[in-house]
Design a protein around this ligand. Structure first.
Ligand code: C5P
Length: 401
């Protein structure tokens, strides 16, 4: 359990009979060297005493946002934690979290948390299989939260079936693996391009595209969480990387993105090119705003440098280069053509035909195509989870180059 040493973990406990298992979970985490802050919903105290948990965690247990000793700072806690594990999670709290309802300390900390969130539901068989529950679980997953699957067996109601909370040892193992994997990019420097580019026509107008930058930013965050040093070259996106360790270089045009990328890439082991770069730019940029004239206006365009092709051509041994292909037709053959032409190690294909994929969504559905004709197809997921899948592929490629 070496990966858990020194990690700061919030354990959230809700009002289920399985709450007795949370005492073992807290004890195991403390034994593994983690710092644990327990948050309980008021109903959880009907099943297990806060005194038991504060003794095991060696910290006071919080239940409401305000108490006799003042205001409990949920925002601070949300930022403090490396992981937030809610075990057991009842149907009621699940529904609250899925809807952003915030009427206790656990729910407030959940909404404020920037760290990975894990949830281990516990409920009776029929409650677990109710469509409302399934819907709420999916909602949490769509926010990037990690489901710890329920077990099958004897339930407190006397029924037998799905709905048991995962065993504390299983939860501990899962967290340990998560943190071990999280550091699999330690010592690596990664260049990521993201967002659109704006190609100036005059001081007011530009040619742009609908890229939000969300996918590249999710990659930058995930890579930083997994221990990489990240340089994010970000086009004119309204968003920015929340991970404070990411070094962001802001650019406007394809030419600026190109210049920044070729300056940074030689010191990197990985390049992930998620930006939607304009292929053409106006040949000249008018110094004054272009006035309305006749019925037609012709703009002459010239080709922009292809950053991916340049980096692919100049790639050194040991460097991994990942491209993106957003296609509307002939998806696979277009993507494979780019993989080849740009000398990439793999290409992430997303189609505008897939619902929930592509520009501006919080979710994406991708396939990763590799040089050796292998491919991996993924389900529609939160962009944070897609970023992790791509980085896992990168880790695999790094081991081979
Ligand atoms: O050829 P296409 O633009 O569709 O290729 C997509 C891939 O190439 C993406 O990874 C994109 O970031 C990259 N690209 C680039 N420089 C360009 C155009 C595309 O790096 N000028």
């Amino acid at each position: 359990m070496a990966s858990l040493a020194g990690k700061k973990i919030i354990v959230g406990i809700t009002g289920s009979i399985a709450a007795y298992k949370s005492a073992s979970l807290v004890r195991l985490l403390i034994k593994a060297g983690a710092e644990v802050q327990v948050l309980m919903t008021p109903a959880a105290a009907d099943f297990i005493t806060p005194l038991t948990l504060s003794t095991l965690s060696k910290r006071p247990v919080y239940s409401s946002v305000s108490s006799e000793s003042g205001w409990n700072n949920h925002v601070e806690l949300g930022l403090w934690a490396d992981a937030f594990v809610i075990a057991p999670l009842t149907a009621t709290t699940l529904a609250k979290l899925a809807n952003g309802i915030c009427d206790n300390m656990l729910a407030a900390a959940y909404l404020s948390a920037r760290c990975p969130v894990f949830f281990a539901p516990a409920m009776d068989l029929d409650m677990w299989h109710h469509p409302a529950t399934s819907h709420n679980v999916e909602r949490l997953q769509s926010y990037g939260n990690h489901l710890i699957p329920v077990g099958t067996g004897e339930l407190a109601s006397g029924l037998h079936g799905d709905g048991r909370m995962a065993e504390p040892e299983e939860i501990l193992n899962l967290l340990d693996r998560f943190f071990a994997r999280q550091q699999d990019l330690k010592g690596k420097k990664i260049l990521i391009t993201a967002g659109p580019t704006f190609e100036a026509i005059d001081p007011v107008r530009f040619i742009g595209n609908r890229s939000s930058g969300k996918m590249g930013i999710a990659l930058a965050d995930a890579a930083s969480l997994r221990g990489a040093e990240v340089v994010l070259i970000l086009g004119p996106s309204r968003l920015s990387a929340p991970e404070s360790k990411v070094k962001t270089i802001r650019v406007q045009s394809a030419q600026e993105m190109h210049d920044a990328a070729i300056a940074e890439f030689p010191s990197c082991q990985v390049g992930i090119l998620a930006a939607a770069v304009a292929d053409y730019r106006p040949k000249t940029v008018a110094t004054e705003k272009i006035k309305k004239q006749g019925d037609e206006l012709t703009l002459e365009l010239v080709k922009n440098p292809d950053i991916a092709a340049y980096l692919g051509k100049n790639k050194a041994k040991g460097q991994v280069l990942v491209g993106f292909a957003l296609e509307t037709n002939n998806e696979e053959s277009n993507a494979l053509g780019k993989l080849e032409r740009k000398n990439l190690d793999c290409i992430v294909l997303n189609s505008l035909r897939d619902k929930g994929a592509g520009f501006n969504h919080d979710t994406n559905k991708v396939s990763i195509l590799f040089k050796d004709n292998k491919r991996q197809d993924f389900e529609l997921k939160a962009k944070a989870a897609v970023a992790d899948d791509i980085l896992t592929a990168v880790v695999g490629l790094l081991a081979k180059v």
